[in-house]
Ligand binder design. Structure first.
Ligand code: SF4
Ligand code: SF4
Length: 147
């Protein structure tokens, strides 16, 4: 993203805990068995699967405020190819997650900086609890998803 701030994951390990990673048999919402017990490093960093090495959450790509890193906001937001156009997808990571004040504000800031709608889910990918974002995009997404 042009002009995006340079960001690094630091102590965050949300994407090693939340998403399913088929190559290593990691189920969704379960910490990866390769996570270091102390700290947040990867025990197989050099040989980690491409899903891991290629992964960039919306925050790492520059969306939202610096303070919205997933381990701080409680929300992991990803850019995804949705049924009609690209969109954001947000899921709770910790604390009150997508329903907490910081989580809601992080989603709001990400939708604004990405100019995209965001599907907000709390349990699994198919359960849409709300769609946030610019009004026109949200309207289109609601139509596509029938919610
Ligand atoms: S969720 Fe984002 S910030 Fe956190 S470790 Fe993964 S890519 Fe980095
Ligand atoms: S293999 Fe490493 S980078 Fe991938 S999810 Fe597990 S701990 Fe994270």
């Amino acid at each position: 993203m042009e002009g995006a701030p340079m960001r690094s994951c630091g102590e965050c390990s949300a994407c090693c805990r939340l998403p399913e990673i088929a190559e290593i048999g990691k189920p969704a919402s379960t910490p990866c068995k390769h996570l270091c017990p102390i700290g947040h490093g990867c025990k197989i960093y050099e040989g980690r699967p491409s899903t891991c090495s290629n992964y960039e959450c919306a925050w790492l790509l520059g969306h939202g405020a610096n303070a919205d890193r997933p381990d701080r906001s409680g929300v992991l937001i990803e850019l995804r190819q949705m049924r009609r156009g690209d969109g954001l997808f947000a899921k709770s990571y910790s604390g009150e997650g997508v329903n907490g004040d910081h989580g809601r504000a992080a989603i709001d800031r990400a939708t604004k900086s990405a100019s995209m709608a965001c599907i907000v889910s709390d349990k699994n990918d198919m359960e849409i609890i709300r769609i946030d974002g610019p009004r026109q995009v949200v309207r289109r997404f609601r139509k596509v998803y029938g919610v």
